[in-house]
Design a protein. Sequence first.
Length: 185
Amino acid sequence: MPNAKAQVCHNACDKQKARDVAGRVVHLLQPIMHCTLLVPDLLLPRHSGAAPYRDLQLPALAQLLARARCTAFEPLSMEAWLCEAFEVARQHDWPVAPITFALDGGDPGLAYWLRCDPVHLNAHRGQLVLTDSSALDPAADEARALTAALSTHFASDGLVFRAPHRAPSTAICRRETTVCAGFTC
């Protein structure tokens, strides 16, 4: 049958049929690609209730979730989840700081690294309230000045601070030995 048309398999029902006509099949269904998608802060915390989602229409997200498999996990930070997903071993904690430094082009070497994310504290009568720190977005020169001041202040503790180029609002702190619980205040 030199002039016979080649069959193309388009769905799972045709798959077995397509195999039966060996030599004339140009395409079988490829194995399904599995993709894990991490979307930080996609859903609000449970205590927010359903009100924010009322009348919210997200057809692309609905289609994506309809095709997904649901797997329950213990609550983890985004950094911890990423480390587990890429099989990065946990030491005393997750090695987020040296990974951040390496992604910024640095060489973490064998030093002990800390990641110092800024916080915004508001004073309210008898308490301090931790609020959104997204407003804290220092310019590169401000970040360098801040990390230089921190390095000077904590020099007796053996700490050296740096501001990454890609994320100047996050400071990286290096110490040659394991960091103990006590710091200079």
